[in-house]
Design a protein around this ligand. Structure first.
Ligand SMILES: Cc1cc2nc3c(=O)[nH]c(=O)nc-3n(C[C@H](O)[C@H](O)[C@H](O)COP(=O)(O)O)c2cc1C
Length: 184
């Protein structure tokens, strides 16, 4: 697929089933992530690849996080516990913030976000579906601790990945002039 067609046809897919990308395909996905723009080449990202029994571990981490954050009614905990099973593969996106006089943490997080978009596009190109999710299990120290991350790391989201199950949503048609100001 050419790049522009890939970008314009990418469509987040919430219902995801097997098969998942092979090891070789995932290597391509990670290489695309690693080509994200990155001020001072700090490589301010880490990825945790979760599938199989790993999903059970993530499920426990989600439940514990919700509980520690006070969202602990039994039905809510069950909900959090079930979240990782919405896809056969999840890549946890971690912002790995480095000390740098010219590159503040926000730039490093933007870089990790660009890496995430690169992965979405690579997955789409390879014929897989994905959706970027966050929620209560992102951006806090409780989930970082659950995932045994160092203090400099922050979970900034999750890519749920698999093969799309069911119909794709219609991609909205947006008018660029509503978002673009031209100075000439
Ligand atoms: C940083 C970020 C966090 C998001 N978190 C969620 C989320 O927790 N749950 C969700 O359903 N969609 C979330 N989304 C939106 C979906 O990833 C997706 O963009 C949306 O469903 C629209 O689909 P599209 O990307 O195909 O236009 C998030 C998107 C971004 C960029």
């Amino acid at each position: 697929m050419n790049t522009i067609d890939n970008i314009l046809s990418r469509n987040s897919t919430p219902r995801l089933v097997e098969p998942i990308p092979s090891k070789d395909e995932l290597e391509v996905v990670y290489q695309c992530a690693l080509r994200a723009p990155d001020h001072a080449w700090l490589r301010p990202w880490r990825f945790i690849e979760v599938s199989g029994k790993g999903l059970d571990k993530l499920s426990n981490a989600f439940e514990n996080t919700a509980s520690a954050l006070g969202d602990n009614l039994p039905e809510r905990l069950l909900k959090y516990k079930s979240l990782p099973y919405r896809a056969p593969l999840i890549i946890v996106i971690v912002s790995d913030i480095k000390e740098h006089s010219k590159v503040p943490p926000i730039e490093q997080k933007l870089s990790a976000a660009a890496a995430t978009q690169n992965m979405l596009l690579a997955l789409h190109d390879l014929g897989f579906g994905a959706i970027w999710r966050t929620g209560k299990v992102s951006f806090n120290e409780v989930i970082s601790k659950e995932l045994e991350l160092p203090k400099s790391n922050e979970v900034i989201g999750y890519l749920y990945i698999g093969t799309p199950d069911g119909r794709q949503k219609k991609i909205p048609e947006l008018k660029s002039e509503e978002f673009v100001t031209v100075w000439e």
